[in-house]
Design a binder for this molecule. Structure first.
Ligand code: THU
Length: 159
């Protein structure tokens, strides 16, 4: 029997050490947590999307009494970015979460549905998206969603 080994590369560093556009994007994601509508989970997520044209679009989770009708911060931001700038690739996304009065002790990593949307965004523009998953003091960075969604399903799968 054959087996495949899948290796994920994640850079880990402190938020404090961030400079330039990463620092700015993380700050925007943190600010965006404040616009979350999360009365059911009390877990407020912010996402900041940096486009290739330099624009930054932010989004936050928007919950609903009918739970599945809500939407995560990442998809709120990515869909809005793609709707406003349908021809502009996404280059980087920062994600942060806030609950119990502070940014979270664990990094906020995208849920399965959001990962699938990241795959579509990367494939659509043929451009990998750097993802910065933040906690109160740390960043996990991947250079593509494919690092954390290996064997993903895409239009290639249907050829
Ligand atoms: N959530 C996000 O917005 N992004 C994530 O990466 C993880 C989860 C939201 C969905 C829901 O509103 C709340 O966080 C708790 O799951």
């Amino acid at each position: 029997m054959e087996s495949l080994e899948i290796i994920t590369k994640i850079k880990v560093y402190s938020i404090e050490s961030c400079t330039g556009e990463k620092k700015k994007l993380i700050e925007k994601a943190r600010q965006a947590t404040q616009s979350a509508y999360a009365p059911y989970s009390n877990y407020s997520v912010g996402a900041a999307v940096l486009l290739k044209n330099g624009e930054i679009i932010t989004g936050s989770n928007q919950e609903n009494a009918a739970y599945p009708s809500g939407l995560c911060a990442e998809r709120t931001a990515l869909f809005y970015a793609n709707a406003q700038y349908p021809d502009v690739a996404v280059s980087m996304v920062a994600i942060a979460a806030f609950n119990k009065g502070n940014f979270t002790p664990d990094v906020c990593s995208p849920c399965g549905s959001c990962r699938q949307v990241f795959v579509e965004v990367e494939n659509r523009f043929d451009t990998p998206v750097t993802i910065l998953m933040c906690s109160k003091d740390k960043v996990y960075e991947v250079s593509s969603i494919k690092e954390i969604l290996p064997l993903s399903f895409s239009k290639q799968s249907m050829l």
